[in-house]
Ligand binder design. Sequence first.
Ligand code: NI
Length: 169
Amino acid sequence: MCGMAILKIARMGHPVLLGRAAPVSDPTAPEMRRLVADMAETLADAGGIGLAAPQVFQPRRLFLWRDGPELRVLFNPTLQSVGDAFEEGWEGCLSIPGLRGRVPRAQRVAWRGWNERGQPCSGEAEGLAARVLQHENDHLDGIFYLMRMNDLAQLGFNEELDRAGMPRR
Ligand code: NI
């Protein structure tokens, strides 16, 4: 494909990451198609598993996430936890490079939204997929994983945590 671009990623401290993103009225609009293609390129380049539009300076309600081998897009998402089981797991963020921390998340979520063809879609996710969805959805409301942590002693630089034998996930 031609015309795709690797976008600059906003880092924590930039105001675009702290606001509430605006809904997308037409996911099939050419500028949205372009944005999704560029975000896919950016995510592949950065090696992450999810990317929300505010992270590339676009305060709109959409994110991409890797669901196994598939890269999926969700516009105007809503998430709801299913059951009351929470679990802790390690998270990092492309907007907070070099760090990871242990974050409690709902173990299972129901999600709904619109795909890139403007069709409604929904599903359930658990474990890592549920965690990624919650992390990316939070970016649409100006929330970082750090704000969800119970214990900031469980935050560290990847190099140090790796050296200490802490798991990546
Ligand atoms: Ni993030």
